[in-house]
Design a protein around this ligand. Structure first.
Ligand SMILES: Cc1cc2nc3c(=O)[nH]c(=O)nc-3n(C[C@H](O)[C@H](O)[C@H](O)COP(=O)(O)OP(=O)(O)OC[C@H]3O[C@@H](n4cnc5c(N)ncnc54)[C@H](O)[C@@H]3O)c2cc1C
Length: 430
């Protein structure tokens, strides 16, 4: 494996415990279940209750148009928060919102699929969703794949990032995406030995999901780095996760980059043997790549192009405005502001929506600035295991906390609420 393809820690899977509004990203201490207030914090907008329209959108005045590009965690939350105050247009190529925080559970158990692909039809009361891709975005103008041009008073760039399957899907069709997950599930079912390249949060979570679903499988989790999880997290947390992985029989190989890529495609059922630079040999029947966040920002054009950093992320100022722009904002995974987490994207969405409202109201002095979050994370190992850390606390978050916050329900209900489809399937799987 070349240097550029060696496992690196992926984006972190930060905890999203529930907290009083405004919802904080910081996990709260474990609390007994089930009172609502102790459930994991939603990454959904703070309130979906109708709110007064802004003066600008009152009778006789047309409301400003806000084009939100990307209907992931950041874009849906921003669009919803502005729906009552502006003419919101959400541009998203996928058939459905994809709750990819739960995607690894769906690989282990495809009956989760209908709960993590949620239609956009209930998201906005006033605004509309255009199913298309932005191919060119300049200040004030968005060109879609269809050739249609949208003129906007404000633009919100929320196009997120790509990540290797099965953590994220690159398919726009829900039917095709479901089919791909089912095929991968079938392939893992038939594999005796699984290699996971990348021992960051996603790799650890995938190892846990596979062992929980198929206890007899031999899983090897490998990383080029000398420890799991990534540098910003505490040694005690890494030690606890390593202990739990050992308990469930996962073989962890650290400081062990592969000499070569496996000859099979990720997710393909095909037996192969690969060697690490540390001298180990691994024979596996299937492998998955769990590293490599790629920001989706190739559409930036004109004066916006200068804000695209060398690594592809979009540079923003403390108000989450794109550098050099007043009326163009960027947030979530695609922006340079913070770590790449759904909960952080949701917090940024509230700030961006508030700042756009301030600008609409002509209150430039009312712009709020974004504070970067302290490292915090929960990492499930199957539905009942895992551990975490939260900002400002010496204590590790135990498995029970992680199970409550994410492992058991994968936070699906809060996103069903956000998308306006809560209770659609009565909580059952397909
Ligand atoms: C397996 C896994 C588990 C995770 N677990 C957690 C967790 O527990 N907690 C947590 O906080 N975070 C977690 N994360 C991280 C989290 O998923 C990301 O931080 C989050 O997806 C970022 O949201 P986003 O809206 O910025 O981007 P995305 O979710 O990537 O959404 C971007 C959207 O933009 C669309 N888009 C892209 N390009 C265009 C274009 N040109 N035009 C129009 N639309 C476009 C895409 O189709 C997509 O729908 C996890 C990630 C993975 C992979």
């Amino acid at each position: 494996m070349s240097d550029s393809s060696q496992p690196r820690p992926p984006q972190s899977t930060a905890p999203q415990p529930r907290s009083p509004q405004p919802r904080s990203l910081q996990p709260r201490p474990p609390q007994p279940r089930p009172p609502q207030s102790t459930a994991p914090q939603s990454t959904a907008p703070q309130s979906t209750a109708p709110q007064p329209r802004s003066p600008q959108s009152g009778a006789g005045q047309s409301a400003p148009t806000v084009v939100v590009i990307g209907g992931g965690y950041a874009g849906t939350s921003t669009a919803k928060a502005l729906d009552q105050f502006a003419d919101v247009v959400l541009v998203e190529p996928k058939d459905d919102f994809v709750h990819n925080v739960a995607s690894l559970r769906a690989l282990a158990d495809p009956s989760w699929l209908p709960r993590i692909y949620l239609p956009y039809s209930g998201l906005l009361a006033r605004g509309r969703v255009i199913q298309d891709r932005a191919v060119k975005v300049d200040a004030g103008r968005v060109t879609l794949g269809s050739g249609e041009e949208l003129h906007a008073d404000y633009i919100v760039l929320a196009t997120g990032s790509g990540y290797p399957f099965p953590a994220k899907s690159d398919l726009d069709s829900t039917a095709a995406a479901h089919e791909k997950v089912r095929a991968a599930h079938e392939a893992v079912s038939r594999a005796a030995r699984v290699l996971i390249a990348g021992a960051g949060p996603v790799g650890i979570e995938l190892a846990g999901e596979i062992v929980a679903a198929w206890p007899g499988k031999q899983v090897t989790l490998l990383d080029a780095a000398g420890d799991i999880l990534g540098e910003q997290f505490r040694p005690e947390l890494k030690a606890e996760l390593r202990r739990q992985l050992a308990d469930i029989g996962v073989r962890v190989l650290l400081a062990s980059p592969l000499r070569h890529q496996p000859p099979a495609d990720p997710g393909e059922l095909r037996t192969f043997t690969v060697a690490t630079t540390a001298g180990a040999e691994i024979t596996a029947d299937i492998w998955f790549r769990c590293y490599g966040v790629v920001p989706s920002s190739d559409y930036l054009a004109g004066e916006l192009a200068a804000a695209r950093l060398a690594d592809g992320f979009i540079e923003v100022n403390p108000y989450l405005q794109v550098t050099g722009q007043d009326r163009v904002f960027a947030l979530g995974d695609v922006a340079s502001a913070d770590r790449k987490m759904a909960g952080i994207a949701a917090r940024q969405a509230q700030l961006v929506a508030g700042n756009i409202r301030a600008l609409i109201a002509g209150e430039r002095a009312g712009l709020a600035s974004y504070q970067r979050s302290e490292p915090s994370i929960i990492v499930p190992i199957g539905p009942e295991g895992g551990a975490g850390q939260r900002a400002g606390s010496e204590d590790l978050l135990p498995a029970e906390y992680v199970a409550q916050a994410k492992g058991r329900d994968m936070m699906v209900e809060r996103f069903a609420e956000l998308l306006g489809v809560s209770g659609r399937d009565g909580g059952t799987h397909e």
